[in-house]
Structures are given as C-alpha cells and as structure tokens.
Design a protein around this ligand. Structure first.
Ligand SMILES: [Zn+2]
Length: 347
C-alpha cells in the first residue's frame, strides 16, 4: 500500500513524506517501534514510492502501476528483501539473518539495476543480524551506490550495532491508540465490538499482535489462566500450574501470549490501585476480581511480579533457559509471594 494509506502513524511518517516530496530522501532509514504498528507497511510503501512507474506529485507511489504492484507482491527485480529464512526442517524460521544473505545482496547490488533506476533494500527484523552479519552489511550501508535506498525495520532497535544505527535516519513508530486498534480489529477480524476492545487492550497498540491474539487458542483460556496464575490460594493449584508450565514449555508459540495475559492483568491491578475507572482496564470484564485482588496485593509486590515476568520472559525467549524449568520457578515465586503477602497482612 502507498505511504498515504498507512494509518495511525502520522507523526512518524510526516517527515518521511516531506523528504520524499522534496526529493531529499536519506539513503538509509531505520523504522523502529513495536510489533504490528505499520513499520513493514510503511517500508514497502516507501519502496513503492521509489519504484513506481509514475509517482504522484507528492512523490508517493500511485499504488496501481506495474512497479507498485510488483513491490506489493515482493516481485520487483530492484526490490531486495532480507528476512529470516524458513528453516530446512520446516519448523519455523531461522533465528538469524545469515551472512550469506548479505553477501548475495552485495553481489546483486554490484550489477546495474534491472529497470535502470533505483534500487530498494528492505531488511525485516534487522535485529536478527548477528554482529558479523551486520558488519558485513555495514560497508554496503556506507557506500550504497547511487540511487540505492535502505529501509531497516526493527522492533528491537537497541539490539542493532551502534555503527548500523548511526548510518540510518531513524523513524520512530508508536503504539497505536487503543480505540483505533479496536476499530481495525473489528473490521479485519470480523469481531464483535466487546471482543475487539478486549483484544485491542491486550494488543498493546499493535494491530498485528491483536490479530495474532484473535487467532490464538489461548484467549479462550484467558480467565482460567489468570485465575490459575494469580490465585490467592495458589499452593493448592501448584499441580495445575506445573501442568500448565509443561504445556507452555512444549508449545513455545503460546508463551508470549501467556506472558502478555499476566502482564496486562497485574498492570490492571495497578490501575485499580491508582483509582482508574473500570473501562480503562484491559480485562474490564474481570473488574470485580481485579478490585478484590488489588486490595490484597501491595503495589511493591505487583511491581515485583511484573519484573519477575519480564525477566523470565526474556530468559526464555532469548533461548537462555529451559522454558518448563523457568515457568515452574516463576509459579513457585508467585505462590510464595502470595503467601508472604498474606502472612504480612496477618502479622
Ligand atoms: Zn505506481
């Protein structure tokens, strides 16, 4: 889609559109911001603008010509996309962008462009380049050749090498407003308004995440999961939690959603403690439970839980930890924490 159709990122894209219309584009951009807020849409929108057969007066792509269509299909010969490849065993994607992919790109860029004009390189999940791959790219980024433009896309720009970052113009994408996400999810996912609103709250400003949530089975277990993981009599449930750890440990795809559910739940309790109205809660259908729990768990303990969740999630998702072991440890902490909280109040 052309840049003008990328919604909800007005301030991020304003400068870019101005540069485009004044023919003052930087040769390398870093589109940074959370998952699913339009970074890739904008990246390919910019590629369309650059490879369009008859761009509009403001420099944006027409969206309909052969050039634009081939960019949208990722089939344009002067569009080079670097992304994590499918694993040979068919089990998802490689963890990293390979150095060979960068070398192939460099070979392709050494030749003249096919259409005799511009070339665009889009690198998705640029943080998936390890230091040696990034270093290999660096030279091309420094001397890209005439009419060659780079768009690096990243939801974790802090993991990029400083030398890469310093060669790019950064465009900051923000989480999208909750109402906007709800509206889009209702339309895209054909969802009832109440469900779209719940998903929008959970999606933390990301349409992509909202859609993934809508498709995941985990949402059906939302209430049960929250009740299990945040049970004042958690000790009785430790068997159930161990089972849950086992299940989540096997199916790593659901882990980010699991952490998201607990994170938003504890944040809701903080919002209740801060005196915010129920309709500001993500899980506002569970407002009564949230109000009851918010008086039982002190703010410091909630803060501690959120930190514990974050560190456990990071350790597991970075592959440094055995998921099952770490989840069990997390649950034991949560339960101990709940007992300590009660003992503290009893004393
Ligand atoms: Zn066009």
């Amino acid at each position: 889609m052309p840049l003008r159709d990328v919604e909800g990122q007005y301030s991020a894209l304003e400068g870019l559109k101005r540069a485009l219309s004044h023919h003052r584009l930087h040769h390398a951009y870093l589109f940074a911001g959370p998952h699913g807020v339009g970074k890739a849409l904008a990246g390919f929108g910019l590629a369309q603008a650059l490879l369009c057969d008859g761009p509009r007066a403001d420099g944006d792509g027409c969206g309909a010509c052969k050039g634009c269509t081939r960019v949208a299909e990722r089939q344009h010969p002067d569009l080079h996309v670097l992304e994590r490849l499918e694993r040979a065993d068919g089990k998802g994607l490689e963890a990293q962008i390979k150095i060979d992919q960068v070398r192939q790109l460099q070979k392709a860029l050494a030749y003249k462009s096919f259409e005799g004009g511009r070339r665009v390189v889009v690198i998705e999940e640029a943080e998936a380049m390890n230091p040696s791959t990034a270093n290999a790219l660096l030279k091309t980024l420094e001397e890209p050749g005439e009419e060659t433009f780079f768009v690096l896309i990243s939801h974790a720009a802090h993991r990029l090498l400083p030398t890469i970052i310093s060669r790019c113009q950064r465009v900051r994408f923000s989480p999208l407003p909750r109402e906007f996400v709800a509206e889009k999810l209702a339309a895209l996912g054909e969802l009832a308004p109440a469900q779209a609103e719940l998903l929008a709250g959970l999606a933390e400003g990301s349409i992509g995440k909202g859609l993934a949530l809508a498709e995941s089975g985990l949402l059906a277990d939302r209430v049960a999961l929250i009740e299990a993981a945040d049970d004042p009599d958690g000790l009785q449930r430790i068997g159930a939690l161990s089972e849950l750890a086992d299940k989540l440990g096997r199916d790593k795809g659901e882990l980010p959603l699991f952490f998201l559910l607990l994170r938003t739940w504890y944040r809701d309790l903080m919002l209740v403690q801060a005196g915010l109205p129920d309709d500001r809660l993500v899980h506002h259908d569970l407002a009564a439970r949230a109000r009851a729990r918010a008086v039982q768990i002190p703010f410091d303990a909630l803060d501690h839980r959120l930190k514990l969740l974050a560190s456990t999630e990071r350790d597991i998702l970075q592959g440094n930890a055995n998921p099952r072991l770490f989840l069990e440890r997390l649950f034991v902490h949560l339960v101990d924490d709940a007992r300590a909280g009660r003992a503290g109040r009893a004393a």
